[in-house]
Design a protein around this ligand. Structure first.
Ligand code: TUI
Length: 309
């Protein structure tokens, strides 16, 4: 079964979490354009999250999801809100959601943890996850070690639940590769940052359009909180800071704080501009509908052009 049948969307795409960026309004736009829009709970209080869910429901009657950032300090209350609101799809990141899966499934949600390894995929399957997103280190934000190319086929071989590919997907060719790896569809984040609908500061969009293939770096690897961001003054400061700070929570707060500077203020020196390695591919700002239509067209062309051996 492909992701569009699994999620009841038009396209086999879902949106990545994207803390501070993916509001109810943005997620509604993604869902209305035919993919699965996802509200990011990261950086929000439980009641702020509830308000975003209500905003989305006032703007779209399509399926949607909420992404739960598991390092959040108020995680118990956030987990309770998505259960109370009977959110159709719940994705999780930056940790293991095993403590919440049963609660969410009892509320009728599909639970789709985002994982960076086979071991975590197997654990999620055992605890009742409906599918997993296997996310390669090409992604923006909090990342694992393995590339999408190495990770996705190994996860597909290891589990019996559906696998969605993420990390390094922003074109129809990459979507085609995701299917070749055995995934049922793709999760995308970075590719959607340059949509007209995406509510990030204009400077953030311009940095993405100017980015080259090598524009991103990973901060925090040594401290167990690796985060891929665009190389700027902030990134260089971080790489230095992580040698001095050991407190993971302090690091997360700093990251989310500087993420706000990027998203809302467009602070090119002080902001933490999370982006995946596909940033170098992004060439223009388009409506979401045009991004999705282009991906499908490129996918068809790629498929037809594959060599028959
Ligand atoms: O979660 C993401 N991407 C994110 S979360 C985020 S907000 C944040 N910012 C700074 C510091 C921390 C969080 C920005 N981008 N992607 C999914 C993902 N999950 N990638 C890696 C993981 C992951 C890591 C460890 C999943 C599970 C895990 O489990 C460890 C364990 O065994 O508990």
């Amino acid at each position: 079964m492909l992701l569009n049948s699994f999620l009841k969307t038009s396209y086999p795409f879902m949106q990545g979490g994207m803390a501070q960026i993916a509001t109810g309004r943005f997620a509604a736009a993604v869902s209305n354009a035919g993919a699965l829009g996802i509200i990011a709970a990261g950086g929000k209080t439980a009641e702020q999250l509830r308000a975003e869910i209500h905003t989305l429901r006032s703007l779209s009657d399509k399926p949607f999801g909420v992404n739960i950032m598991l390092m959040a300090p108020d995680i118990e209350n956030i987990a309770a809100v998505v259960a109370e609101e009977q959110v159709p799809v719940i994705t999780t990141g930056a940790g293991s959601p095993t403590a919440f899966i049963e609660q969410w499934k009892n509320a009728g949600s599909k639970v789709i943890p985002v994982i960076p390894s086979v071991a975590l995929a197997l654990r999620m399957e055992k605890y009742g996850a409906d599918a997993v997103v296997a996310e390669g280190t090409e992604s923006g934000g909090h990342v694992g070690e393995l590339t999408t190319m190495a990770l996705v086929p190994q996860v597909v071989d290891a589990v019996d639940i559906p696998v969605i590919a993420a990390g390094g997907i922003a074109s129809g060719r990459q979507l085609c590769a995701a299917f070749a790896f055995g995934a049922i569809g793709a999760q995308m984040g970075t590719a959607l940052l340059v949509s007209e609908e995406c509510p990030i500061h204009e400077n953030y969009k311009q940095m993405l359009l100017a980015a080259k293939d090598t524009a991103t770096t990973v901060t925090g690897r040594a401290k167990g909180a690796p985060v891929r961001i665009i190389k700027n003054k902030m990134a260089r400061t971080y790489l230095k800071l992580e040698q001095e700070t050991t407190d993971r929570a302090a690091f997360e707060e700093l990251t989310l704080g500087s993420l706000r500077k990027a998203v809302f203020d467009g602070d090119e020196d002080g902001g933490s501009f999370m982006a995946g390695q596909v940033a170098g591919q992004l060439k223009e700002i388009e409506p979401l509908s045009a991004i999705f239509a282009r991906l499908m067209e490129q996918y068809e062309q790629t498929r037809e052009g594959l060599p028959v051996l």
